[in-house]
Write a protein that binds this ligand. Structure first.
Ligand code: ATP
Ligand code: MG
Length: 393
């Protein structure tokens, strides 16, 4: 069956009262954005609390479903037969053909669920259910009716046109990107941060990203890996401007001036500060990291508190209570895992001490940072000013 129309059902945005149209418009915008990468022309429209997608040319079905499955805000994708000829005798034929084509194996139970939005339609919905059920049973005697728990629930909606559908393909849920402000993702080449970005984007937040690299200690390959990861996240979140900050001088300076076991914490404090400065310029209202309690020395509660202390913006840590395996499962599901496990060096691991502090004392950290007073502000400014922006789409 070649479908020309899809009914797009949304979940949470349906509860937004007066602002609902904003959510619907954002969803349509994100659908169009996702379909830009797919061959074919499409139009999307709103009608009475629903969103329809029409194919205006030939297209690849699997590609379209794949793209829609990455649009946050979509609860269900229903490929739909839409007919303008409303005559009931014709409708019976169409329904029989539909079942014939969509379900090659006829050993299933079904129920017809008809709705008459057009109250002038001569056949009442109860009659439609019964009569359409009968013609299906006649045409396919292997089928049977089950009104409580059918294998196939056939929806027939008489509106301006007649919509016929029975398949519901799950979308990703969440809210359309663009409905909840913008946040800055600290994106490394690891497994966690791409998942963190995905999870916050899923709540409708637009994503910018920042990556700290330390050439020549980290290679161009490592940078490319982060760009690749940003592109993978962008398949869900829409285009991501990735700010690539050269962190080498700052890292070396900290290495020279501060106790090595505090290096990671101090470095992370500067990453947060710089991310926050860039956020202020680009309109991001929060930071996002892939931290999870206890995963490494820099993610004990004490370390997280020490890192967090420099931030004035909220820091979203969507993975905070997740086990590593749970994070891996999501990264596999969203398609970032394979890229994340490529073995390129990370700027954090190059200078790490053998025995980093796991319970940093804030007073000591602040005292160590005083050793940086002479040059650090200028270095931070330079790092921000020289950041390169790569659009990842
Ligand atoms: P990930 O898998 O995301 O790399 P991780 O388990 O390796 O996380 P850390 O290296 O301690 O943990 O980093 C914690 C978080 O800090 C990361 O999830 C990321 O948000 C941020 N981060 C770490 N290194 C960088 C970097 N080089 N550039 C940008 N953000 C970074
Ligand atoms: Mg890492």
């Amino acid at each position: 069956m070649v479908y020309q129309s899809f009914l797009i059902k949304y979940a949470e945005i349906g509860t937004k009262g007066k602002n609902r149209y904003l959510f619907e418009d954002a969803l349509i915008k994100q659908m169009k954005n996702a379909l830009k990468k797919v061959e074919g022309r499409f139009t999307a429209s709103k009608e009475a609390g629903r969103i329809y997608l029409q194919a205006e040319s030939e297209y690849d079905y699997d590609e379209v479903i794949d793209a829609l499955k990455r649009v946050f805000g979509i609860a269900w994708i229903c490929p739909m037969l839409q007919i303008e000829e409303k005559d009931f005798e014709n409708l019976k034929k169409v329904v029989v053909d539909y079942i014939g084509e969509v379900y090659p194996d006829k050993h299933f139970t079904f129920k017809v669920d008809s709705r008459r939005a057009d109250k002038n339609y001569p056949v009442h919905s109860e009659d439609m259910n019964r009569q359409l059920g009968e013609v299906i049973l006649d045409a396919y005697p292997e089928t049977s009716v089950d009104v409580h728990n059918p294998d196939v629930l056939l929806k027939v909606e008489v509106r301006k046109v007649v919509n016929i559908y029975s398949q519901m393909i799950p979308g990703p849920g969440g809210m359309p990107v663009g409905t909840n402000g913008k946040a800055m993702l600290l994106l490394s080449g690891g497994i966690d941060s791409p998942v963190a970005g995905y999870m916050i984007a899923k709540r409708g937040v637009k994503i910018d990203a920042v990556y700290f690299h330390a050439p020549p200690y980290t290679s161009d390959r490592a940078k490319q890996k982060v760009i690749d990861l940003a592109k993978l996240v962008a398949r869900y979140s829409g285009p991501i401007p990735l700010h690539i900050v050269n962190f080498t001088d700052i890292q070396l300076y900290i290495y020279d001036q501060c106790p090595h076991e505090e290096l990671t914490i101090i470095m992370r404090r500067y990453m947060m500060k710089i991310a926050e400065e860039i956020s202020k310029k680009t309109g991001c209202l929060a930071l996002i990291t892939g931290e999870s309690i206890g995963q490494v020395a820099s993610q004990t509660v004490q370390s997280l508190a020490a890192t967090n202390e420099v931030c004035t913006m909220p820091v979203f840590r969507p993975l905070i209570g997740f086990d590593k395996q749970e994070i891996v499962d999501i990264s596999e599901k969203i398609g970032t895992f394979e890229t994340s496990i490529q073995p390129y060096e990370d700027c954090c691991t190059i200078f790490v001490a053998k025995h980093p502090v796991i319970k940093p004392n804030l007073n000591m950290i602040r005292r160590s940072e005083m050793n940086l007073a002479e040059k650090i502000d200028e270095m931070v400014q330079t790092a921000i000013e020289t950041a390169e922006v790569v659009w990842c789409d």
